[in-house]
Design a protein around this ligand. Structure first.
Ligand code: GCV
Length: 666
């Protein structure tokens, strides 16, 4: 079996910086050389410099840093800050702690790997503090080795209900630490079967070892928790969060868990959602459930991350009053301020479920007295299964930059999750990850840009999508200028192209049920999931205005008024908020129906152009990379064509309105 790919840590030989004498001496300050993170930082620096530039640096270590106990997100950010400066002596990296030094080392290695001149890059002292305290990956890996919504092979954490720790584990920690990830949830939020036993003796030793490996790269270990553990493994008859027997069981259990896995930082919980157990069964609130667990883990300086993805997944499609989009808000807003200070609510970026285009969840900017974390998805569940290329960082940039109007200033999503807006105790950003045990980790090599990009953006939300893509290409594929321009020409427009050939104007869904790959316009129309487009012969869209479900009014002004009015609502979201006739004229000047036809024909054409661009790279990039992406493009074109023809035919047949341009519709 082939060894796994090194991706952006390949450290291939570089042309520039070979004569840079400064690189032969480094001073680390902020933690001493005995610290395991500092040791890893030094080893990484030596390996990278040797292999890229054939330099063997001397490293001088500073003093032991005072151990600050982390009591909030700001402490975390301070500890992870680093600065890099140059003097006649060499390169000086100062970290707020050992983790800061590690990030400083990766900054320098990235600069070299991107062929930037070291003396230029650090002419002025460079100081960086991470934008977000928690920068987290959520694995939906199951212990049997399968991955829910995984498109890159099987899990590399689990085989046959056992935890696997091998060379790949450490390389994974290196890869994600190098882009700034500091927290990983290692198992699926749907905690079932063997995973329920992760908090038992069966797995403690392996988990302790995994936690230590992660800790050596500044990564906190987190696990998803089965809310009903008291019943499923504890033998009790209840999981009522206010029941003394339940509380006492958890106290004993957590004492055992934290003594056996000392690096454990906390738990992620999916409760009362899609069949998972939760406090609602006992007539209790989400806050009751979260606070009960949080109070217990507080003794171990740990946190509870509680997901807001709570909705009725047994809706009757005939029911036009219930609106799934409202569910998160309706379930969580009334208790704003009730969650204890080591609870963080984790909120999906949109009110539905990671569609290619959704408005930002109104909980972000709604909640003002609660710790919050944004959840995005780099596993391409609805965005092409890592077959279709879909670089998601432009989407994440839009989400982070969204003005919520929750306060006079500092009111973007980025401000909220950094902890600044509400001076939150803990906050951050999590992505459902896209990795698996495929040779190249992410199935499609180009999907690696989303893993790399998520980490880089979480660390520094000011970076642009272009800058991040450029770093990824230079470090992972090639730093040849022509190759770079071609790959950027594929990655950067890919999300909008995917959007054009799939569901139009923010309506979402229209996917094959269950798998969520490929077109099925009515796939979810008469189902129980609350995901409808409501198309008839006259029009399409869901009325979420004050005359419909009222969802638009959940936003702060002026967003509420903008979304509530079809004349003001941005085109790309107009069918999310409004049911409109096919003849309605958009801001673009096109009718809804003509927009549907044009965008689908264009999207499919543009996908063909992306594939053609990739073909020009034959012989210019590594053969494995070339073939891997080429084969995915073949499948993407089949998919894009189906989407284009099915959507156009469906709406032509419904509306009876022909395409102005007379193109072929079936
Ligand atoms: C892990 C969607 C997905 C599920 C996923 C769920 C969630 O419904 O299709 O696979 O479950 O989101 O985020 O919990």
């Amino acid at each position: 079996m082939k060894d796994h790919a090194k991706l952006w840590l390949a450290y291939t030989p570089k042309k520039n910086n070979r004569e840079c004498a400064l690189l032969s001496k480094f001073s680390f300050a902020g933690a001493d050389g005995t610290d395991s993170i500092v040791k890893n930082a030094a080893a990484e620096l030596k390996c990278g410099l040797k292999s890229m530039l054939d330099i063997e640096p001397e490293i001088v270590y500073g003093d032991t840093a005072a151990q600050i106990k982390i009591s909030n997100g700001k402490d975390m950010q301070a500890r992870e800050e680093y600065s890099i400066s140059l003097s006649g002596e060499g390169v000086f990296i100062e970290g707020g702690s050992a983790a800061g030094i590690l990030y400083g080392v990766f900054d320098i290695l990235r600069t070299i790997a991107c062929e930037k001149n070291i003396e230029e890059a650090y002419k002025a002292k460079k100081t960086v503090r991470p934008s977000n305290p928690l920068r987290m990956l959520n694995h939906w890996d199951n212990m049997d080795g399968s991955i829910e919504r995984g498109y890159s092979g099987e899990s590399f954490f689990y085989v046959n209900n056992e935890i696997v720790i091998d060379e790949r584990t450490k390389d994974y920690a290196r890869l994600i630490a190098s882009v700034g990830i500091n927290a990983v949830v290692i198992n699926n939020v749907n905690v079932k079967d063997a995973a329920s036993y992760m908090i038992t003796d069966r797995y403690f030793d392996k988990l302790a070892l995994l936690g230590e490996i992660f800790a050596g790269y500044g990564i906190g270990l987190y696990m998803s928790l089965n809310y009903a553990s008291t019943i499923e493994i504890g033998g009790l008859d209840s999981a009522d969060p206010l029941d003394e027997k339940v509380i006492s069981w958890w106290k004993t259990k957590m004492a055992e868990v934290f003594s056996r896995i000392p690096t454990l930082k906390g738990f992620l919980v999916k409760a009362d959602s899609e069949g998972r157990p939760g406090p609602f069964t006992y007539g209790r609130t989400q806050a009751d459930g979260a606070n009960m667990l949080a109070d217990i883990v507080k003794d171990y300086n740990a946190i509870i991350i509680w997901r807001c993805f709570v909705y009725n997944c047994r809706q009757d499609w005939r029911d036009r009053k219930t609106d799934r989009a409202r569910a998160g808000y309706d379930n969580f807003m009334p208790m704003d301020g009730d969650y204890h200070d080591n609870v963080i609510l984790q909120i999906k970026n949109g009110p539905m479920d990671f569609q290619i285009r959704e408005p930002v969840s109104p909980l972000l900017g709604g909640l003002k007295k609660t710790n919050q974390m944004l959840e995005v998805q780099i596993a391409q569940e609805y965005t092409g299964h890592q077959i279709d290329v879909c670089y998601l960082i432009p989407d994440f940039k839009e989400i982070l930059g969204f003005k919520t109007y929750c306060s006079e200033s500092n009111d973007t999503v980025a401000d909220i999750i950094s902890g600044d807006t509400f001076n939150s105790r803990f906050s951050g950003i999590a992505a459902v990850t896209n990795t698996g045990n495929d040779f190249n980790w992410t199935g499609n090599y180009l999907a690696g840009a989303n893993l790399f990009g998520f980490g880089r953006l979480a660390f520094d939300t000011e970076l642009s999508a272009e800058q991040i893509a450029e770093e990824f290409v230079r470090m992972t594929i090639s730093d040849d200028e022509e190759v770079l321009a071609t790959v950027l020409g594929i990655l950067l427009p890919s999300r909008e192209i995917y959007e054009r050939y799939t569901s139009p104007l923010g309506i979402g869904w229209m996917v094959q049920p269950a798998t969520h790959y490929g077109c099925s316009v009515d796939g979810y129309e008469y189902d129980r999931w609350g995901t409808y487009h409501r198309a008839d012969h006259l029009g399409i869209g869901v009325d979420r205005t004050d005359k419909g479900t009222g969802y638009a009014l959940l936003y702060n002004e002026p967003n509420a008024s903008v979304y509530n009015d079809p004349e003001k609502c941005p085109d790309e979201l107009v069918l999310f908020f409004h049911h409109l006739p096919y003849t309605h004229v958009l801001h673009s000047g096109k009718t809804v129906i003509q927009h549907i036809y044009d965008s689908h024909f264009e999207g499919y054409d543009e996908a063909k152009q992306l594939a053609a661009k990739w073909e020009t790279l034959k012989g210019k990039v590594d053969e494995d990379i070339f073939e891997n992406v080429r084969e995915r493009f073949e499948r993407q074109l089949v998919n894009a064509r189906e989407w284009c023809d099915q959507v156009n035919s469906y709406f032509y047949r419904k509306s009876g309105i022909p395409d102005e341009k007379g193109r072929e519709i079936y």
